[in-house]
Write a protein that binds this ligand. Sequence first.
Ligand code: OGA
Ligand code: MN
Length: 221
Amino acid sequence: MWAKFSLSSEDMHLTTEVNVFYFRVMNDWVNAFEQKGWIELRDFLPLDSSQGLLEEMKLVQSKEDFHRASIGKDGDKHINLSQRGDFISWIDPINAMPYTSKYIVEISHIISILNRQFYLGIRDYECHYAHYPIGAFYKRHSDRHAKGSSRVVSSVFYLNADWQEGDGGELVIYDGESNASLIKPQLGSLILFLSEIEHEVLPTHRERKSITGWMLNETIL
Ligand code: OGA
Ligand code: MN
């Protein structure tokens, strides 16, 4: 159903009927996002696009273009293995590979909707491929750095086919005093959440891959 949402602007000549459906579905997620501050969009992309993204990430991995992720900002930036154990590779949108470029275009459509609906003032987007080896996790945290942050909405697109119960690696979103929601890092799922919301990645029992990004209310220098 969500494949409908990933229509590119060239596809917009499709019939009004399709567009009506498209906007109804869109309203559903916008309403849910407004209420909860986060949303899971399953099958955000058609399967071949998700698989294409996975292949592109594997290519970057084969070039050993990944490094250990750090925590903190600017002068405070440091690697802390007791906090997070993933490896990342930043994506340069200008030189991104084809499926990755297309993904960024889809995200830009989401940004337009979020800005239009909630006046979030999102002006830029940064993202990286992320790889969690077996046993890696990311302890509870918020994506807004303590010393001011331009991160408004976080996005994670998962690249793991057939994620099973028991594979671990769930994203936990702490969306209330006593509420925690568990999300499987299933191929094709996109998660959007307000960057201030606390969340964590549980220890993974399988290699776990994703594209993680942040919608920013400032432009990147
Ligand atoms: C992050 C993060 C969540 C995930 O990279 O900041 O919280 O599910 N990732 O990978
Ligand atoms: Mn995070």
